[in-house]
Each structure stands twice: as structure tokens, then as C-alpha cells.
Design a binder for this molecule. Sequence first.
Ligand SMILES: Cc1cc2nc3c(=O)[nH]c(=O)nc-3n(C[C@H](O)[C@H](O)[C@H](O)COP(=O)(O)O)c2cc1C
Length: 303
Amino acid sequence: MEPSLATSIGKMQLDKPAMLASGILGISLDVFNRLYRSGAGAVVTKSLSSEPWEGYPNPTIFSVNGGGWMNAVGLSNPGASNFAKMIEPNQDVPIIVSLVGSIPKDFEMMINEFKNCNVTAFELNLSCPHVAKVGLEVGDDPELVKKIVTTVKNSTTAPVIAKVGLGTTNYLNTVKTAIDSGIDAITAINTVRAMAIDVETQRPILSNKYGGLSGTPIKPIALRCVYEISSKYDIPIIGCGGISTWEDAIEFFLAGASAIQLGSAIGDNWINVFDDINKGVLQYMKQKNYSTIQEMVGLAKKF
Ligand SMILES: Cc1cc2nc3c(=O)[nH]c(=O)nc-3n(C[C@H](O)[C@H](O)[C@H](O)COP(=O)(O)O)c2cc1C
């Protein structure tokens, strides 16, 4: 029998295990549709806020010498309500809406905007490393995480995912608080706070000075986090960070992820990356005699 690429992240079911990560291709439904038809299991929107945000002036993104990308876009987005109006009632692409805010009320208001939309899940951005009062600054504050997750869980029946990253406190406390507050799944990880300086002008390259590093250089860090979370907690995990090949995908499954997200790899391989990963994972499953993704999840933990 042909192995199946279907996977479940708690009660969320996907036909394919690789999704588009948040912020990589904005909020264009045409692009989402195309990615889905080309093998993505779901798409995550750019993080949306309760009001439109402009973001930082340029330079906001560049490719890093030696691999990876550095960005401080500043969470520019048109606001949750404007995106909610764009979703057609009959759209069939599994859309995960990423939300960013400072206080529980922000999240509650945004969730309400999607009341009549067909949304697969919400992902709470508790981990953007370069915007004040949101993202990591929220994720680093367990009391606030507890209030936000509790409020969001009381506002929707859709699955709610917390996206965590490496801040100034132990990120495992954020994971634990989110789980204790009823979160359905964890996405690990966001970009890692970093910077670069131009030797000619002698100033930081990004207008915001600090940004987030993504792509292949952070893969071992992301993999470590997935392994660590899955070793400590019984919670579905979505792995994210530097994944670009089917071998990377398998590594994340073996570490404990039930699904993965692709960000920077899209910049290098655009539309083919999902199909390439799906084909490679299927081939591996045939070779090893697995019929479901779930059979591989967490296998590396027994060593
Ligand atoms: C240009 C850019 C914009 C991003 N915007 C967001 C965002 O709005 N919300 C979010 O949660 N993560 C955002 N991210 C982080 C990605 O979703 C992902 O967690 C990170 O890039 C690591 O994955 P990768 O190495 O596959 O790119 C952004 C990343 C990049 C490169």
C-alpha cells in the first residue's frame, strides 16, 4: 500500500505535512492557492495585528554571507479585519491565521473578525524577535502568555497554536504556560535575534539594527528545540527553522514534530520545494516501510 502523507496536529488534520511559514509570502490568496495546489498542506498568513501596521523603513531584509536570511520587516500588515474580508466563503485552502498583539483584548478582537470565515487554526506569534511590546516580549512574560492563551481559547473553537522562539527567558517556560492554559499545539521556532554591520558605512545593516536570522544556519537550533519540547511535554509540535530538503523534514519528524513549516527555503526553491519534500518523504517511507507520518514522530527520542 502507498504510504500516506496525511498528518494530524492534535485535532487539526492535514493532507500533507509541510506548510508555508508565517510572513514569507504575505496574505495573497492567489499565492496561497498556488502553494496548496503545488503540495503545501496548509498556509500560515503573515502575522496580523488589530490595526494595520506599516513596519520598518528599508533595509528590512538581506541574505547573509554564508547562508540564511536576516530580516526586521517590523510586522507590516493590513490588519486582521482587512484580511478577514478577503477570505471567500468557499475557499478550500487550509489557512492558519497568525495573530500578533500585546494584550488579551487585541487577540479577542481579532478572533472575532474571523467568526464567519473558514479558518483551519490560529497561530499566536509569541516570538517575533524585533518588534517592541509584541512577539518575544509577550512570549517572555508567562503571566501574559497565560492570559492571552486563556482568552483566545475562550474565544474560538478552532485549534490554537503558540509559536515560540528564543528570547531572554527560558522558552520552555512559555511552552509550559501555554500548555497549562490549554494550547492545542506548539510551533517551534521563530527567527533568532541577530544583527550584521556594514564595514564600509560602519553601521548596522538593518534599519532596526536587530533582526531575526532564518534559514539553514538555524536548523540545528530549531531541531534541538523540537526534540527538547517533545521530550518534556505531550503536545503536538510543528517544526520550523531552516528546513529545505526532505531529509530535513524527516529529521524534524524523528525529533518529535508532526508537521513542518517552510520559510526561507521558499526564497531559494519557490514553488517546487513542497513537491520535492513530499516526494522525498514518500520515498523514505516506502524504503523504511512506514505507512503514516505518525509512525516516525519522535523515534529519535529512544536513543
Ligand atoms: C521576511 C520574514 C518575515 C517573517 N514574518 C513573520 C511573521 O509575520 N510572523 C511570524 O510568526 N514569523 C515570521 N517570520 C518567521 C518565519 O515564519 C519562520 O519562523 C522563520 O523564518 C524560521 O523558518 P525558516 O528558517 O524556514 O525561514 C518571518 C520570517 C521572514 C524571513
